[in-house]
Design a protein around this ligand. Structure first.
Ligand code: NAD
Length: 478
């Protein structure tokens, strides 16, 4: 029995490829899994095509599909602890974060089950002699490609609506973090998905990902990952053309006005920047602090950042884990070196910890650069690590201009005790999500996605289901 799931069978890669999955906490091998190639991708896409074309799944009632999603919800909660432990071994994030993720994944399945169950299309009033209806039907075979930072969560935001809408899919997790995705597919199998509806291929982006996005039998590609990969995928999909949804990176401003609740703003700024070692697409990696508070805020934040307990995510008391891989840590270190060269003031961090207990893992100290300005690369580029920049502003207009001053537009935070200012600024920010006096929460009922180069399309919310549907107008002359 292998780790690829194709046409209702767990199967090995045809060419026999294998890959080691590494624990970023200590570089130990957690498990070895199949590494697919283009032949396996073709098998999986053909299975999904057959299952879709035969229509058994697409033509079931939405109630039937919703029931399957609800069973997956229940199974996820049944296996929550085991899945959370696997996620922590695979990603290095803390067990508390992983538990939270599994609950959110279960919630996504429940949300899309409920939404699909209520989705009856709509009637358009054309007049007494016409029956005009808009109905929503599945797109077809979906290629779903997920990143390594939230392996299970990001995959579920695609899998749940794709299934709810009646599509079939081939899922490819990141090659570095496939383990909880395997667990989720096992639960979808246990819940009773017919053969060919859900398929899983594992392997590199360059081989498996490219074969998947370029496959002529794929109708839709939904991708979460970096901007450069997103561009490659969009270009590959143009050949179809295929429907494309992209959830890309962010360089998310967190604006602190002088009338903000100081302690709460520092608290949340810390979490916004350093949750999961900053490897979060919506990380608050750009702090904008109003002049009057600036020095006190930077001092306070630095003090708190130095106190973050790095360690093994499996142990209670660990507040932050390592970066995901040796290569990724080197990339973040290159950003840090460049920031120093361009004159950003290093307030704290910037190096690997000197604790020998952490020396075999891919750790970096929480890092703060102050006195930054938006001409700097460190302010413009997504670092995707435990690095936050701080810029100073004077007026509300200046804050908005700075906050909108990168090519990204995923999320932003506003801290103020003035409710009308909060709404005014939120309205003006060119970002897909704006938090006021908070940072990071999202709910499955509300859309998630980016303005500008942070993406194309939306996940979650009613739009997150529509991404997986074609609208059809049925016009009957009575
Ligand atoms: P990545 O772009 O390197 O890889 C993402 C996925 O794409 C992986 O499964 C990878 O194997 C695959 N891939 C790589 N090359 C491919 C190709 N040519 N064709 C098809 N697939 C290919 O991203 P990553 O490093 O895994 O994830 C980090 C990035 O993801 C960050 O930029 C982060 O901001 C972004 N992200 C965005 C969101 C969001 O909701 N907007 C959420 C999480 C992560």
């Amino acid at each position: 029995m292998g780790e690829l799931y194709i046409d209702g069978e767990w199967t090995r890669a045809v060419a026999g490829g294998r890959r080691e999955v590494v624990n970023p906490y200590d570089a130990s091998v957690v498990q070895t899994v199949d590494e697919a190639d283009a032949t396996d991708v073709d098998r999986a896409v053909r299975a999904a095509r057959r299952a879709f074309d035969e229509g058994e799944w697409a033509n079931t009632s939405t109630r039937h599909r919703a029931d399957l999603l609800l069973r997956v919800h229940d199974l996820l909660l049944r296996d929550k602890e085991e899945i959370a432990r696997t996620e922590t071994l695979d990603t290095g994030k803390t067990l508390a974060e992983s538990r939270f993720d599994v609950e959110d994944v279960a919630n996504a399945f429940r949300y899309f089950a409920e939404l699909a169950g209520k989705d009856g299309g709509r009637v358009v009033d054309v007049g007494p002699d016409v029956l005009s209806r808009v109905v929503y039907q599945p797109v077809g075979v979906c290629a779903l490609i997920a990143p390594w930072n939230y392996p299970l969560l990001q995959a579920s935001w695609k899998v749940a609506p794709a299934l709810a809408a009646g599509n079939t899919f081939v899922l490819k997790p990141s090659e570095t973090t496939p383990l909880t995705t395997i667990a989720m597919i096992r639960l979808i199998e246990e819940a009773g998905a017919p053969p060919g509806v859900a398929n899983l291929v594992l392997g590199s982006g360059a081989t498996v990902g490219a074969a998947l996005t370029g496959h002529p039998e794929v109708d839709l590609v939904s991708f979460t990952g970096g901007l450069a990969t997103g561009r490659t995928i969009m270009a590959a999909a143009a050949e179809g053309p295929k429907t494309v949804a992209l959830e890309l990176g962010g360089k998310n401003p967190n604006i602190v006005f002088e009338d903000a609740h100081f302690d709460a703003a520092v608290d949340y700024a810390l979490d916004a920047a350093f949750l999961h070692a900053g490897q979060v697409c919506s990380a608050g990696s750009r702090l904008l602090v109003q002049e009057a508070l600036y020095d006190r805020f930077v001092d306070s934040l630095a003090q708190r950042a130095r106190a973050i307990r790095l360690g093994n995510g499996m142990e209670e008391g660990t507040e932050s884990g390592p970066l995901s891989s040796a290569e990724h840590r080197e990339k973040v270190e290159r950003h840090i070196a460049a920031a120093r060269e361009e004159g950003a003031r290093l307030v704290t961090g910037g190096t690997r910890p000197d604790d020998p207990a952490l020396s075999s893992g891919f750790f970096l100290l929480p890092t703060i650069f102050a006195d930054c300005d938006r001409s700097m690369g460190i302010v413009q580029e997504e670092v995707f690590g435990p690095v936050v920049t701080v810029e100073r502003f004077r007026t509300e207009d200046e804050a908005v201009e700075l906050a909108n001053g990168t090519r990204y537009g995923l999320a932003g935070g506003v801290w103020t005790s003035d409710a009308s200012r909060a709404q005014r600024v939120a309205q003006r920010l060119r970002h897909g999500t704006v938090w006021i006096n908070d940072f990071h929460p999202y709910v499955p009922q509300a859309e998630w996605g980016g303005f500008g180069r942070s993406g194309v399309g939306r996940e979650l919310g009613p739009t997150g289901l529509r991404e997986y549907q074609e609208a059809k107008h049925i016009y009957q002359n009575l």
